[in-house]
Design a protein around this ligand. Structure first.
Ligand code: ZN
Length: 432
């Protein structure tokens, strides 16, 4: 199938500024970028100067928590987790988790996210994987591993069962179509020492990532120090598991030594500013981490602590937070745009396939309409228009692997009315 984007303004991290012309997509790849392409195609999409950008990459979310939106308000991390989120997760049934995943996937694609990494809960990850593969998005997904109880939280399981189920899920789902498995030990307090070592062996054997949380909040760090005698990153390093396989959400409270450990290991950092603000956790030292050359990317975390899965919110907040810490020139717009696109692709090891709008790459693309009140005037810095002025309402077309999943703001994969109805009824049964 050949689709031509006619007269679009291309924004992409590898460009100095922008490029205007036609972009031809063929068999899932960007085939040509020239001015005035007159080839026979199946479909022409008129850009008239609208922006063609790489699909956004969100490296840290929880599809299973979309249903908990607005149900866990005004609590700090450990209470939020123990009293609300783990309780809700323990009540999930296959039906409620499916409704949650579908709602999340719709939200992601309607907002221009084409690739994501999601940590699920202890049970029913099969159901989520089914929905992700149906959604056509590029997903890295894994079941949460929790073989140690956190406080009085009702959600934990036997080590042997956790490992067996993880291996079974990897064997059945990893590298099926656009799906990749990512092993998901939840965080240090919920995973036994020997289990980390076992997980690392499995990750090496199957060549998959390890997706976890760390250094999010000061009480959590205190708890980790009580349990291990070390700070989070130091603990990972001491076990010999801190490598470029590790993809670590938050890293809000990391000291200089930990930043150096993250840098030399090549581990990926998954920055979630809204979640860090909303749970009152803190502001991650993004400027320092970028200066040291760390691999940084962006994610919304779950809808239970955000309460959106909106990459535009995350970009805006990522920028503003660093300006408050380090001054107005702390984090330029292009750098923020990069974290939400190519940076995410790099963290997920697929930057040679996606993350920029370049000939030869997979066609994961978003067409943003920029002829509305909110993004005018058109003489503005184009990257600033995307990062600070545009929003999900500007998303016209979303394409994954050359296939259109959102058309003029309408989801083509799911019946949205049905998704909303199912989510509402699933949520009321869960709350009961
Ligand atoms: Zn999270």
């Amino acid at each position: 199938v050949r689709i031509l984007f006619r007269d679009v303004v291309v924004l992409s991290s590898h460009l100095d500024g922008v490029w205007r012309g036609d972009v031809l997509v063929e068999d899932g790849r960007i085939q040509r970028m020239e001015k005035g392409i007159c080839e026979e195609v199946h479909r022409v999409i008129q850009g008239d100067g609208d922006y063609l950008i790489p699909g956004f990459v969100q490296t840290h979310i929880h599809l299973c928590q979309t249903l908990f939106r607005g149900l866990a308000e005004d609590l700090p991390l450990l209470d939020w987790l123990e009293k609300k989120v783990l309780l809700f997760e323990s009540k999930h049934t296959p039906d409620t988790i499916r409704a949650s995943a579908k709602l999340g996937l719709c939200e992601l694609m309607l907002g221009g996210t084409t690739t994501f990494m999601s940590m699920e809960t202890v049970r029913y990850t099969d159901v989520v994987l089914e929905e992700v593969s149906r959604s056509k998005l590029r997903g890295f997904v894994g079941k949460a591993i929790m073989d140690r109880q956190v406080g009085n939280a009702p959600l934990f399981e036997d080590t042997e069962k956790a490992i067996k189920e993880t291996v079974d899920l990897i064997e059945r789902w990893d590298k099926q179509g656009k799906l990749r498995y990512a092993i998901a030990p939840r965080f240090v307090p919920s995973v036994k020492h020997d289990t980390w070592l076992e997980i690392f062996k499995i990750a090496e054997h199957y060549d998959v990532f390890i997706h976890t949380h760390s250094s999010e909040n000061r009480d959590e760090i205190k708890l980790v120090e009580e349990l291990t005698g070390k700070r989070n990153v130091e603990y990972f390093d001491s076990m010999g598991i801190l490598t470029d396989r590790m993809k670590i959400a938050h890293c809000v409270w990391v000291d200089e030594q930990e930043i150096e450990m993250l840098r030399s290991s090549g581990a990926g950092v998954l920055h979630c500013p809204s979640s860090n603000f909303k749970l009152g956790s803190g502001i991650a030292p993004v400027v320092e981490m970028l200066r040291e050359g760390l691999n940084l990317s962006i994610g919304a975390d779950g809808a239970s602590c955000n309460n959106n899965l909106d990459v535009f919110c995350e970009m805006r907040l990522a920028g503003l937070a660093q300006k408050v810490r380090k001054g107005a020139d702390a984090l330029p717009v292009k750098e923020i745009f990069r974290m939400a696109t190519l940076g995410g692709a790099e963290v997920l090891g697929i930057a040679d396939e996606i993350g920029t709008v370049e000939v030869g790459k997979r066609a994961d693309l978003v067409l943003l309409g920029v002829k509305d009140v909110f993004t005018t005037p058109d003489t503005a810095n184009p990257y600033a228009r995307v990062v600070y002025s545009a929003g999900r309402g500007n998303v016209r077309i979303v394409m994954v692997d050359g296939e259109i999943v959102v058309e003029e703001g309408r989801c083509l994969v799911y019946d949205i009315d049905e998704v909303i109805r199912d989510a509402n009824s699933a949520c009321s049964s869960l709350v009961e």
